[in-house]
Design a protein around this ligand. Structure first.
Ligand SMILES: [Zn+2]
Length: 507
């Protein structure tokens, strides 16, 4: 399993693939226990500085993830019960290596390096479909059941330790030099049979979701090339997903059954390529914030020819997008603007680029201190648009424009920590202290930090009792009762958690 499969023992010939328990094995970890374990791990990842909530890349991942979920549901791979119990959340990790991983409880991690290196949304879909299938086939729970002698809280600590170690392969090798850790990690790796099953199911899910099946093969080619170059250091995905001849053979076989490969990209696929190129460019910028790396990306963008009669190629579009964003980070605002304008010219012929370019343009304006002059977003429905417009309003000194938009957003997306956080800022700037503290508390709940949330609800209750809040009349009364109710609910959650922890430790 998992990102932290940071060593080669997993591929040693002595490791048999025949240990896959029989399907329906009753010894698997129950879904509710697996979810609790996943929540514990996710709560720590949220607090890790390498966890990244980038709404633009997040929306892009969702545009791939949601069709995969729908397909898995329709195929019967994802049942109602599991869907309700698990989180089904994709987390972005600021890491330049090429990796994606499944965690207990339906959490997935995607490294920025993976988005930066794949050449199409179909390739990305092939990796996500594979990881999704590890979860729906309950591979994790079967590994965990083999660990029944391990207590869940210990497992969580171990998985987190290995995730941390995977950031630095050398440190990982040092950290796992102890025999116990190696034994544990070998048990936490998926077996070869599980990998082949995730390939088979994932291929079906991806195809049913409407992605280009060829993406599965080109992704395999990429991995194969990297493994020939012995480039496993930047491809941790290869260490946890060794390319066996069976896997490659089966993947090729599936494609042959599907008929010849489609002709070179054009039409809709071509438009998707261009959008993907921009998102890959964004992942490159966010993956390495050092001035040197940003300068390289800016220089690359400046080499893109001024005009191309046949329109810009995807790689040029990606370079210009990355360059514009890199210039913004370097505070070279006029450079950023001129590269974005170049993109806008190209986009005239390619309307699918427009939403991403509009967001980029607003980001540039905010960074340049021109939020007040920037036009409001025309494509305002996406999460990225809702959050970025709110940031722009705050930067422009218009906090009063923010709460209505975000209140309605969090009413349908109550687990959106960033939205709650922006709402707290806007309410704070308008002197609505109670509401601001509540929104701040809700953002902690969304990131599963119930202790911090309880502290904030308590602070809000203290403030109410002291009578110092500015609110009055009916609205203050409503705010007060919401806060009391939420404080009770969080207390209850914490009590249940403590009780569960006691039970887990007794296992
Ligand atoms: Zn796998």
């Amino acid at each position: 399993m998992i990102a932290f499969a940071g060593f080669s023992q997993a591929q040693a010939p002595g490791r048999s693939g025949g240990s896959l328990p029989v399907l329906g094995d009753t010894s698997e970890l129950p879904a509710s226990a697996e979810r609790r374990l996943g929540d514990r791990i996710a709560g720590s990842i949220y607090r890790d500085p390498d966890y990244l909530d980038d709404p633009v890349l997040g929306d892009y991942l969702q545009s791939i993830w949601q069709p995969l979920m729908t397909a898995a549901r329709a195929r019967g791979d994802l049942g109602v019960d599991l869907e309700e119990r698990f989180a089904w959340e994709v987390m972005l990790i600021r890491n330049r290596t090429i990796n994606a991983f499944a965690l207990p409880g339906g959490y997935l991690g995607v490294h920025l390096g993976l988005i930066a290196v794949v050449e199409s949304r179909d390739e990305l879909a092939s990796v996500l479909a594979h990881e999704l299938s590890h979860v729906t086939q309950r591979h994790i729970s079967r590994l965990m059941s083999k660990q029944s002698q391990q207590m869940p809280w210990m497992l969580a600590a171990m998985i987190l330790g290995m995730l941390a170690a995977s950031k630095n392969p050398d440190a990982a090798n040092a950290a796992i030099a102890g025999g116990q850790a190696i034994a544990v990690q070998n048990q936490l790796n998926f077996s070869r049979d599980m990998e082949r099953e995730a390939d088979r199911v994932g291929f079906g899910v991806m195809a049913d979701a409407g992605f280009e099946k060829q993406g599965f093969a080109t992704m395999f080619d990429k991995l194969q090339q990297a493994s020939r170059l012995n480039d496993n250091g930047s491809y941790p995905y290869l260490r946890s997903h060794p390319l066996t001849t069976e896997r490659i053979g089966e993947a090729k076989g599936r494609l042959q059954l599907e008929g010849p490969a489609p002709s070179p990209v054009s039409g809709e696929a071509g438009r998707a390529r261009v959008v993907h190129a921009m998102m890959a460019g964004r992942a490159r910028v966010l993956g390495d914030a050092s001035a040197d790396a940003l300068r390289l990306l800016l220089a690359e963008a400046q080499r893109v020819p001024a005009s191309a009669a046949e329109g810009l190629k995807p790689r040029d579009v990606g370079a210009l997008y990355a360059g514009a964003l890199a210039a913004t980070r370097l505070r070279e605002h006029s450079q950023a603007r001129s590269l974005a304008d170049k993109l806008k010219t190209a986009a005239a012929a390619s309307p699918s680029m427009a939403p991403a370019l509009e967001l980029l343009s607003l980001e540039i304006d905010i960074a340049a201190g021109r939020a007040a002059q920037a036009p409001k977003l025309a494509n305002g429905k996406s999460r990225a648009a809702v959050l970025l417009q709110s940031q722009a309003d705050l930067a422009a000194g218009r906090p009063q424009d923010v709460p209505d938009r975000l209140q309605s957003w969090v009413s349908t997306h109550p687990k959106d920590a960033m939205a709650w956080q922006l709402l707290a800022t806007a309410q704070g700037q308008q002197g609505q202290t109670l509401r601001a503290i509540r929104a701040d508390a809700e953002s902690r709940v969304a990131q599963l930090d119930y202790g911090a949330a309880r502290d904030r609800f308590k602070a809000a209750q203290d403030l109410m009792r002291s009578g110092r809040d500015t609110g009055s009349g009916a609205s203050a009364h409503i705010d007060g009762s919401i806060i009391d109710t939420r404080a009770r609910e969080i207390d209850q959650l914490l009590r249940e958690q403590a009780l569960q922890e006691k039970l887990d430790r007794k296992l």
